[in-house]
Design a protein around this ligand. Structure first.
Ligand code: ADP
Length: 223
């Protein structure tokens, strides 16, 4: 049994899902004048939605909650608050996934109160229906069992944190060293996937820079 179920998402899947999402939006008859990407996860999907729907106006707001891959901080906040005038415009919030939905709920409230669009709807590639406090107006995939979508734009960040967690929560209690192969085996046990080789190597180097480990060839010393 894996500890954290992870789905490794490819770039091709991102294109496929956002194309599907754009089709659903188009078929609904909603014609947004402006797209609002929720930073940072909504950036790539929002840009693709603009392409598929032929929308020129794209802006962004940073609503943050999850500070570490598959672990969450206390509450969502709007970083870098600013005002734009969207009066008379139909707007579409785009995010990668609605998990608890708190960040998107907060962004929606902030935009409605401060940017005042004529209409505001929400689109996300994934909607985790079993935990979300809000249902997006548009979604490509309903997810019933919680899983961490390892999107291509957080690959290095996620893999680094995933390894760090294995070290801090399991290995350090038992040993002072391991090998790249053994650690990879643990990665499979914890997350149910193989870390992509180039990212695995980069993540180990990052952890060495952070002083978490020391690399000696294939040996990994835990510090
Ligand atoms: P909250 O963080 O308040 O629960 P969301 O559910 O909207 O709000 O999640 C915020 C962001 O965190 C998402 O846009 C996404 O980038 C990241 N995230 C949250 N849950 C997942 C998940 N299961 N898989 C991948 N990324 C996630």
């Amino acid at each position: 049994m894996v500890k954290v179920p992870v789905k490794l998402v490819t770039w091709d899947e991102i294109v496929e899902w956002t194309r599907q999402l754009a089709k659903i939006i188009k078929e609904s008859g909603y014609k947004p004048d402006v797209v609002i990407a929720i930073a940072r996860g909504g950036y790539v999907p929002a840009r693709l939605i603009c392409d598929f729907l032929g929308i020129e106006n794209l802006l962004s707001i940073q609503s943050q909650h999850w500070t570490e891959a598959a672990k969450k901080a206390e509450k969502a906040i709007i970083k870098f608050q600013y005002k734009v005038n969207l009066e008379g415009m139909k707007a579409l919030i785009v995010d990668d996934i609605v998990d608890t939905g708190e960040s998107v709920i907060l962004a929606k409230k902030y935009i409605e109160e401060n940017w005042k669009p004529k209409e505001l709807r929400i689109a996300a590639m994934q909607w985790i229906s079993s935990v979300a406090k809000i249902k997006p107006d548009y979604y490509a995939i309903e997810v019933k069992e919680w899983v961490w979508f390892q999107y291509p734009w957080t690959r290095l960040e996620d893999i680094t944190q995933f390894i760090k967690r294995i070290i801090n929560e399991e290995l350090r209690e038992k040993t002072t060293k391991t090998t790249k192969e053994q650690l990879k085996q643990k990665f499979r046990e914890w997350y149910g996937i193989d870390p992509p080789q180039d990212y695995y190597e980069d993540a180990l180097k990052l952890l060495e820079e952070q002083g978490v480990i020391e690399l000696q060839g294939d040996q990994i010393l835990l510090k």
